[in-house]
Design a protein around this ligand. Sequence first.
Ligand SMILES: [Zn+2]
Length: 125
Amino acid sequence: MVNHEKLRRMELRKTSGTRNINRPIPPPSHRGPRYLVAHACFTCRKSFKVPGKDIGSNLCPECRGDLVFMGRAFKAPKQSNKREWRKIQALIERGYNFNAYRQSNPLNYPKNLADLKAFFSEIAD
Ligand SMILES: [Zn+2]
């Protein structure tokens, strides 16, 4: 049974602005504690732990260049190891990352820069 008088009064309050209905605030897409994820600057060949990729773009604190999302399983090589950094950059540019957290398959990327070409052609087949 609909109380038409109540509905009429509710509409009056809505139009006059005295009955503001606050919509529920949608929960953030990421639940749980914020954690830091490895990002890398290929210019400086350095890794920085910053909040996850959905927080916004991050800049390198040293050169102000873009930090690239690497993933939780990333372990940065030595800054002097240019070949290793080039290998990692090639992987990242082709869409690979280091997000192996709680995955059953460990990351199985080539150990050396020289093996990358074979790795990429294997994947393409
Ligand atoms: Zn940098």
